[in-house]
Design a protein around this ligand. Structure first.
Ligand code: F6P
Length: 497
């Protein structure tokens, strides 16, 4: 049986035409590689994808895997689990979809009770979680609630006491609810920060501090053991992975801050992508095309990184959200069967916001030695309350950068020469609303999934993070500490630990 990777040969095969040559050879290139989905335009025409290369990739495995994903089958065999995040937006086995809807109704009930004053006068929420239990909610609240949100929302993730003090300092213990978000309810940072928040409520004289705690978890028993009443435990399925969990109870602070209708619209926007990938043929499947463009550079040309620049302040947290989604999913070196993957798997994802990044890192993108596929994300419609002239300039800058990377500018002076032929993808949202953000994030999930399937790897486990956790425990124990290497022992001694 051919390995899944052998079907990728078409992406990097043969002499590669320049982007200018690809445009010159095909007057329909923009139409062929531009797709509109859920109020978002995806333009892959400035990548080196060709119709022939797309047609040459075997996508049977991908569509099979997609069907198994949506059927709630075990697609995460190393952990013996399904990956049921699509069920949160209505795509999955009937049981999983029904359970997710029932749990969402419970979340809505709790939010209604908060609004009706069941917890007294609540003005703020402290959300404690890390990784997938923090990055999604942080992005949602920051992107959609920057100018208007119904509750002050602080997301606390880092175990650093500075982060704890700063988050608590911005909230009033008398009017704050604390949501402890942890899929496993065992994560050291989250539990330590939860204890700190509890002590903060107690020290402020809050009458029933435990009554202010809400748990968002796939381990309800552990939350109840922690002292949280069952009525305030919002559960989700263990088959929903941490970095795919913002659609579940983990999205609670966003649903509270933005309103449950906005949260439903977010899910509907994501469901549009589920429907799309299930129905679209390969040449029109937007996440699949994006994955093929990624693989063209990683597998075909050894590109180590991919850069994402949000030309919209509201999306400034998108690159860090995507870092976990992409790198924790596909930063692997073995296939499902344990054999080594050939070539590069996940690109290292990095990025920032435009135009800031133009004045910091774009030098390397235009003239450096690395092949870095760039992704531009912009929103056609600016915020009504802002001066449209600023938004216009923002967009012009964004489009200028993509054009400059592609066309370059030749000069006899090597220092002033821009080689061009540098690939980029542009993602242009009509507007930034909950539905469009849902579509955008589900697009990234499906792109990551497609890439994993084509590489033959499992995107749903994350054993790579376990060793460091084990070592952190062992380093704190005098009996096991002695076994650490001399460098580490010397550092511990120097820090006086
Ligand atoms: O350490 C990595 C990780 O397991 C992520 O996958 C996860 O999103 C994060 O930790 C937080 O885990 P939990 O939600 O169980 O606290």
């Amino acid at each position: 049986m051919p390995s899944p990777q052998s079907s990728l040969a078409a992406l990097g095969a043969g002499p590669r035409s320049t982007l200018a040559e690809l445009f010159a050879a095909d007057p329909a290139r923009v139409e062929d590689f531009t797709h509109d989905l859920g109020g978002i335009r995806f333009d892959f025409s400035k990548t080196h994808l060709t119709r022939e290369a797309v047609a040459g990739v075997g996508t049977e495995d991908y569509y099979d895997a997609l069907a198994r994903l949506f059927a709630g089958e075990v697609v995460n065999p190393t952990e013996g689990r399904a990956a049921e995040h699509p069920a949160e937006r209505g795509f999955g086995s009937p049981d999983a979809v029904a359970l997710a809807a029932q749990r969402r109704a419970r979340m809505r009930g709790l939010i209604d009770a908060i609004e009706a004053g069941a917890f007294g006068d609540i003005t703020g929420i402290l959300h404690i979680g890390i990784g997938g239990s923090a990055l999604g909610p942080a992005l949602l609240v920051d992107a959609l609630g920057r100018n208007e949100r119904r509750y002050r929302t602080e997301i606390l993730s880092n175990i650093d006491g500075q982060a704890v003090d700063e988050a608590l300092g911005r909230l009033d213990p008398a009017t704050t609810l604390v949501a402890i978000a942890s899929k496993t309810f065992t994560t050291a940072e989250t539990l330590r920060n939860a204890e700190a928040a509890l002590a903060w409520l107690q020290e402020a004289g809050v009458e029933d501090p435990y009554g202010r705690l809400i748990a968002l978890t796939a381990a309800p028993d552990k939350a109840i053991e922690f002292g949280i009443d069952e009525t305030r435990v919002l559960a989700f399925a263990p088959s929903v992975g941490g970095r795919y969990s913002l659609w579940s109870a983990i999205g609670f602070p966003a649903a509270l801050a933005l309103g449950t209708d906005a949260f439903e619209a977010l899910l509907d926007g994501a469901a549009m992508v589920d429907e799309h990938v299930a129905e679209a043929p390969a040449e029109a499947n937007v996440p699949l095309l994006a994955a093929l463009a990624d693989l063209t550079y990683t597998q075909g040309h050894g590109a180590a990184t991919r850069a994402v620049f949000a030309y919209d302040e509201r999306l400034r947290l998108l690159p860090s959200y995507l870092q976990q989604l992409v790198m924790e999913s596909n930063g692997k070196s073995v296939r499902l069967d344990g054999s080594a993957v050939e070539g590069t798997t996940s690109a290292i994802l990095w990025g920032g916001t435009g135009t800031d990044a133009q004045h910091a890192v774009f030098q390397l993108l235009h003239q450096g030695t690395h092949l870095v596929p760039v992704e531009f994300i912009a929103v056609a419609e600016g915020n009504d309350e802002q001066d449209p002239a600023h938004h216009r300039e923002l967009l012009l800058n964004c489009f200028a950068q993509g054009a400059a990377l592609m066309t370059g500018r030749s000069s006899d002076d090597p220092h002033r020469n821009y080689p061009g032929n540098r690939p980029s993808t542009t993602i242009l949202l009509d507007e930034l609303d909950p539905s469009a953000l849902g579509t955008l994030l589900a697009f990234y999930e499906h792109r990551t999934f497609a890439e994993a399937v084509l590489l033959g790897i499992n995107p749903f486990d994350q054993f790579g993070v376990e060793l460091g956790k084990d070592m952190a425990r062992a380093i704190d124990d005098p009996d096991t500490r002695a076994a650490f290497d001399p460098s580490t022992r010397a550092l511990i001694e120097k820090a006086g630990l």
